[in-house]
Design a protein around this ligand. Sequence first.
Ligand code: G1P
Length: 290
Amino acid sequence: MPIKPLKKAVLPVAGLGTRFLPATKAMAKEMLPVVDRPLIQYAIDEARAAGIEQFCLITGRGKTAIVEHFDVAYELERTLAERGKTDILEELRSLSIEPGAMMTVRQQVPMGLGHAIWCARAFVGDDPFAILLPDDLMQCDPPCMAQLAEAYQETGGNVVAIEEVPRERVNRYGVLDVAEDKGRLVSVKGLVEKPPVDKAPSNLTIIGRYVLMPEVIGYLSKMERGAGGEVQLTDGMAKLIGTQPFHGLRYTGRRFDCGDKAGFLEAQIAFALGRPDMAPAVREFLKRYA
Ligand code: G1P
């Protein structure tokens, strides 16, 4: 069967951001900036760099600023043009999404990641789709989703980005039961969401980047509750194994867990050091904290 092109991405952004309160009391956590752009923008830019053209945000109450961020800000653009601020104007223009290419769906109840993805069922239809969790901020070259899209072209079927973590931390993630470890690609015979450390089948964990086949939606629609009493995406994906190819990809690059305060702070430093306009000043002041 020919491999269908990957053009759609689902981005769950309904989470309450309790770990960042009070900063997230009146503001979506996905709008927290790393250097000078919000987390959600990194995720959208990464998806676009992988050739993705259509976006579905799974939102909730208090998330309207995310949608505003990708709209055309006409008055702002006119003011910048009048003041001759062409650089920032160009950047703002490159941000806005083509008309009709972004939709939002509300997840009215917090029933888990699997439920959030199921909310995108009309958008997904019969097509393969990517998922990007904006809390996982990736610093990769080529961008992480582009690496996954390339692997998908090779293998077809489902591909998730994976990394090794110390044993004692596997209980925070979706974990792979490995059928065959081929190095860059790992074929998967099972998946477990947040297993106890002594029951985990490996220390290869899923990070927030996926390419999935639309059939996963059918399994999610059963609304079976898993770890933490939530509908887990990992459990839905596990059901696909044996019916479709399923691979993990050891991506190249780094992940920052921006759902965690220390991870978020580290991301600020790493991304600032990656910016030629900022790196010298940041390197200089960091000396004072060594
Ligand atoms: C989610 C997934 C988990 C995955 C993780 C990656 O967990 O359920 O399988 O390993 O994202 O960040 P969460 O971080 O929402 O608890």
